[in-house]
Design a binder for this molecule. Structure first.
Ligand code: ASP
Length: 342
């Protein structure tokens, strides 16, 4: 007899498990068991489900490095015992957590899928039930050779499965809340769940390890016409910051400012790292393509290709190690988990 897949659900908070406070009318995070009670269909799936909750479930606006460490530890402590992991998470920062986890795990050979909801599970029109049940089916799915179908960190939402580090929250109101602007869906759930195996990421056959040391001395600067770079002196300052992601215009272009160039040169001379991504919704940075990005290329700003902001920020947090700057820069300049094309 075929054994049922064993899946661990990790509850971290978010709208999916919230209820309305009758006094304030605001949505508040509640216990995971409420979700289980509201979805009795879970008992009918041919899946053995266990669940654990993080110490203190949160609205995902409160997610930070210590939550990512906690979630990663829960996965790695249970990695051998389970066939896959489903993480219930608020939608607001789900793409950041998915990106962070994708970089924190090396040699991953099992599915880690994040999902959540735009409407709490207790509300009749909730999207949470569909997301939860379909995501569980994705995590449980096997290939013909018996290996897990998905062997990477992914986000399931509405009817699509996206690579975690390619996903971004796109809508605050629609059930179709996520998008993967530069990489097509890994699977689409219609009458049947259609998998696109040629798009899957495959880790090298190295031991499964978790990077748990993250660097939060990182900053994000988004350019806009008329930007006053003098206000950013404290950002490009190695006393407080080790790395800056700059969201530039179009294909990686910046205003032609000698002040900015000097700010960056001085920051880099002190050991700071700068990564250039585009603020366009899709497409890629091509430093040197226009004169307005030639300076960046010349002074050694790293091109972030077509990485999302979520992927760029978390990749820096996971891999910017000031003790080994050269290696950090190498990793930041190349594709390591299917997160980027150049
Ligand atoms: N504020 C909520 C959160 O991200 C929104 C949601 O889950 O949809 O936790």
């Amino acid at each position: 007899m075929e054994t049922k897949p064993r899946i661990l659900i990790i509850y971290t908070g978010g709208t999916i498990g919230m209820i309305k406070n009758p006094v304030t009318n605001a949505l508040e995070t509640v216990d995971f068991n409420l979700i289980f009670d509201r979805v009795p269909e879970l008992n009918r799936l041919q899946i053995e489900i266990d669940n654990k909750s993080v110490k203190k479930p949160v609205d995902s606006s409160d997610m930070n490095i210590s939550h990512w460490r906690e979630i990663a530890k829960m996965v790695s402590d249970n990695y051998v015992e389970y066939d896959g992991f489903l993480i219930l998470h608020g939608t607001d920062t789900m793409a950041y957590t998915a990106s962070a986890l994708s970089f924190m795990f090396e040699g991953l050979k099992k599915p880690i899928v994040l999902t959540g909801a735009q409407l709490p599970i207790g509300i009749i029109r909730t999207d949470g039930k569909n997301n939860l049940i379909s995501a569980l089916e994705v995590v449980a799915e096997k290939r013909a050779n018996g290996e897990p179908m998905i062997q990477e960190v992914a986000v399931f939402f509405d009817d699509k499965l996206f690579r975690g580090n390619r996903s971004t929250k796109d809508s605050a109101t629609h059930f179709e809340a996520f998008r993967s602007p530069n990489f097509e869906a890994l699977a689409i759930a219609g009458v049947k769940i259609e998998y696109y195996e040629n798009r899957f990421f495959s880790s090298a056959n190295t031991p499964f390890i978790t990077h748990r040391e993250l660097n939060n001395r990182v900053a994000l600067v988004k350019l806009f016409p008329g930007i006053k770079f003098e206000l950013y002196k404290d950002v490009f300052n190695k006393d407080h910051v080790d790395g800056v992601v700059i969201e530039t215009f179009g294909a990686g272009n910046t205003p032609s400012s000698e002040y900015l160039k000097k700010l960056i040169l001085d920051f880099m001379a002190e050991g700071g790292v700068v990564l250039n991504i585009t603020q366009c919704n899709s497409g890629t940075v091509k430093q040197g393509f226009y004169e307005s990005s030639a300076d960046f290329q010349e002074i050694g700003v790293i091109s972030g290709g077509n990485m999302t902001t979520e992927a760029a920020m978390t990749k820096m947090m996971v891999f910017l190690d000031i003790e080994d700057l050269e290696k950090s820069k190498q990793v930041l300049a190349q594709e390591i988990r299917g997160e980027v094309d150049y």
